[in-house]
Design a protein around this ligand. Structure first.
Ligand code: SF4
Ligand code: SF4
Length: 299
C-alpha cells in the first residue's frame, strides 16, 4: 500500500533543510548531527515509499509481461470502488491521452446509490469497454464491415478505423455489447467549432493503435477504450491508471501470479459485471461486499 511523506510528521521546511545537508554528501554527518538522523530515516522511508509504490510495482509487472510473447499475456483492469472518490480525473486523462472529441468518452464514472434509508450509500463505478474474452461486438460489427473489429492475441478488443466507418456498423456493435457506454460514435466535431479558430490542441493527431490519426480520419468511426494500447505496448501504464487520485485503478497481467493485479484479485472480494451475458469481461471490481454494491445493478 502506498504511504506518504505527510505521515512522517516532518514539516516540509525541515525536510528541505535537512535534505540540503544530505545532498552535500554528509552521510557521515548523519551520525554526528542529531537533527539529520531524522532526515536519514526520512530518506530511507522515502526510498521505501518508492519500493512500496503500487504504480512502480505495476510498471515492473508491465515490463515483465512485455518480455513474454504477446499470446501469453492476459491484461486486466482491476478497479477498487472503495477507493474511487468520483473526481473524474481518469475521464479527463483519457480524453487528453486519446484526443477525444465532444460526444466521445471512453471512460465514464457513474454514481450509484444503493440500499434504503437510513442504510444508504453512494458509490462510484468507473466504467469503460470491458475487453471481453468472448466479445459479441466483434461478430456483429464484422457482419456489417468485415475486419472492422478484432481481438488481439493479448485479449484487447480493437477497432480498425479505416474499416469501421458509419452509423450502421456502430449501431450493430453497440446493440450486441452487453455493457452500456462502451462504444462511441465520432461525429467529427471539435470543442472549439464555431469559434474564430479550431484550436491546435484539437487538431493534433490521435495516436491510437500505434498509428497517427487526423480528425478527418476519425470522423464517422466507432471509438472505444483499448486499454491505452499505444502506451502499454511502449511499456507505459494506461493514462487513467496513472492519473487516479484515489489510487483505485490497477492494471496488469493475470497470467502472472506475481502481478499486483493478480494478487489483489486473490486477496479481495471481486465482481465482474453482467457475467450472464457470457462475454467474459476483463475489468474486475473490488469491494467488501460486491453483492450489495456492484451486483445490485449487474447480477
Ligand atoms: S464491453 Fe462491449 S464493446 Fe467492449 S469488448 Fe465487450 S462487447 Fe465489445
Ligand atoms: S485504459 Fe486508456 S483508453 Fe481505456 S479508459 Fe483508461 S485512459 Fe481511456
Amino acid at each position: 500500500m502506498h504511504k506518504t511523506i505527510v505521515d512522517k510528521k516532518v514539516s516540509r521546511r525541515t525536510f528541505f533543510k535537512h535534505t540540503a545537508g544530505a545532498a552535500a554528501g554528509a552521510v557521515a554527518a548523519t551520525a554526528l548531527l542529531p537533527g539529520l538522523k531524522e532526515t536519514g530515516k526520512l530518506i530511507a522511508d522515502t526510498v521505501k515509499v518508492n519500493i512500496d509504490n503500487d504504480t512502480l510495482t505495476m510498471h515492473n509487472d508491465l515490463q515483465r509481461a512485455l518480455e513474454k510473447p504477446i499470446e501469453q499475456r492476459k491484461w486486466a483492469m482491476v478497479i477498487d470502488i472503495r477507493k474511487c472518490i468520483g473526481c473524474h480525473g481518469c475521464t479527463v486523462a483519457c480524453v487528453a491521452e486519446n484526443n477525444l472529441p465532444p460526444g466521445v468518452t471512453y471512460r465514464t464514472v457513474p454514481e450509484v446509490e444503493t440500499g434504503e434509508y437510513p442504510e444508504v450509500q453512494r458509490i462510484f463505478m468507473p466504467t469503460n469497454c470491458m475487453q471481453c474474452e468472448k466479445a459479441p461486438c466483434i461478430e456483429a460489427a464484422n457482419k456489417i464491415a468485415k475486419g472492422s473489429m478484432s481481438r488481439r492475441a493479448d485479449g484487447i478488443v480493437v477497432i480498425d478505423y479505416k474499416k469501421m466507418k458509419g452509423k450502421k456498423v456502430f449501431e450493430a456493435a453497440s446493440k450486441a455489447c452487453p455493457y452500456p457506454k462502451s462504444l462511441w460514435y465520432d461525429e467529427g466535431k471539435n470543442y472549439t467549432d464555431g469559434t474564430p479558430m479550431v484550436q491546435p490542441y484539437e487538431k493534433r493527431k490521435a495516436k491510437e493503435y500505434g498509428i497517427e490519426w487526423s480528425r478527418a480520419d476519425l470522423k464517422g468511426t466507432t471509438r472505444k477504450c483499448h486499454f491505452c494500447t499505444q502506451r502499454i505496448d511502449a511499456g507505459v501504464l494506461p493514462a487513467c491508471v496513472t492519473t487516479c487520485t484515489g489510487q483505485a485503478m490497477y492494471f496488469g497481467d493475470l497470467n502472472d501470479s506475481e502481478s499486483l493485479a493478480s494478487k489483489l484479485l486473490k486477496k479481495n472480494k471481486s465482481a465482474r459485471m453482467n457475467l450472464a451475458s457470457g462475454a467474459e469481461p476483463a475489468v474486475h471490481y473490488l469491494d467488501d461486499d460486491p453483492e450489495q454494491t456492484c451486483m445490485v445493478c449487474h447480477s
